[in-house]
Design a protein around this ligand. Sequence first.
Ligand code: GLU
Length: 500
Amino acid sequence: MNQKPRVRFAPSPTGYMHIGNLRTALYVYLYAKKYDGTFYIRVEDTDQKRIVSDALKKVFESLEWAGIKHDEGVFLDESGNIAEKGEYGPYIQSKRLEIYQKYVHQLVKEGKAYYCFCTPERLDTLRSVQEKAKLAPAYDKLCLKTYSREEAEKKVEAGEKYVIRFDVPETGETEFEDAVRGKMKFVNKNLDDFVLLKSDGYPTYHLAHVVDDHLMKTTLVIRGEEWLPSAPKHILLFQAFGWEPPQYGHLSAILNKDTKKKLSKRDGDVSVEDFKNKGYLPEAVVNFISLLGWNPKTEQEIFSLDELAQQFDVAKLNKAGAIFDLEKLDWMNGLYIREKNIKDLADLCRPYFGIASSAIRRKGGNTELTDKYLEKIVSVERERMKKLSDIAENTEFYFDAPNYDGKILKWKNMSDDDLKNSLNKSLDIFSRIEEKNWELENLKNRLMEAADSKNRGELLWPLRVALTGKEKSPSPFEVTWVIGKTESIKRIKKSIQKIK
Ligand code: GLU
């Protein structure tokens, strides 16, 4: 590589950041990191109908959350406003309209593009005729054939509405080497005379990104495979301008596991924000999406961002669609959760508990969620957690004495007397342990010593239900350690009252 790579992520602010877009941004970032290149962000907002305010902020927040940093282009400044940095700006396409107009008119002058005055109605009719004849929809070059450039210019001056189309050659083939897919070949005859400049004076994506990737000196374009059919148009456009095209690499689609169709909003969670809110850790999401479409060709599955940057290789990107396997993400997230230290994990869990604890307070609970208390809960629960939000599920018993049906206190077919004895035994053990020795190991040892080694359930099951009100929960040692001596004793006494 004789030139330092310049790669870009080019989001369109259309509402939310799809997890697939995060994957594109990640690969672009990894590529720049690996080859010591420049990663810039350009905002593609030329489709004014689709712009959603605040969408851009979501893009930047998602990137920041994932730890994907860029060097140049559009940023969010400290006060959360959109800012730009770099020598190739502006990096927001809506601020570059004059540039596109200049270049498109150059093509018109050179006879490589032409004005088209066809009304939407005519285009609709043309489309339905072509559809009936089972032909691919394509513009029939009517305006190119009908008007000389001078005639067309007169119509424009007279205020007629127009678009500018590219005059795609009717013969020949367009070829390029895709970084992911290898040699690609398209027959020009099958390509439509696509629009370059729309009637509102805005460029289409085709024109804008070609001009920008040239002026901003992009060396490699990594983008989704939905752009592959348009790639020959882009190559032709580069050729028409007399510019060297960048290399293109089209990523495989991310597929729904069941339908094997492209993962879309209809499938549920697809935005980065959804995953963040559910309590997936950025490290896990980044690791997981890195493997959607990239195969390290080793057994290794767990990668930090730095390791990814070292090992990333465009040649190992897959052509085939990548299945989005939520179970695998859950597994990976669980691993990353267990790697966190308790204090950090407690901080991450706090917002989820905020919701649970206020709900509990409304019900009359009064346990305060202090840092220490939260850390204890987290250290007990983290083994089972797949996502941070799990912390607030089925954990009300840490805050409030449970309500439950006394019947579930019985282990197997214990009699009422056995049950009473069992709970009294626990009560007795607990009463004799001093507060200062209320430590997990100690509690466990004392209870295990007292339990009949052949039938531990007889002591431990009723105790666990008395403490949690649940048939499934963490062990009684852990729960009693968290809720403390006074509360444990209170709950056991309450459970004894439930026995007839
Ligand atoms: N703005 C385009 C999109 O959001 C980017 C495609 C590209 O990277 O060139 O799909």
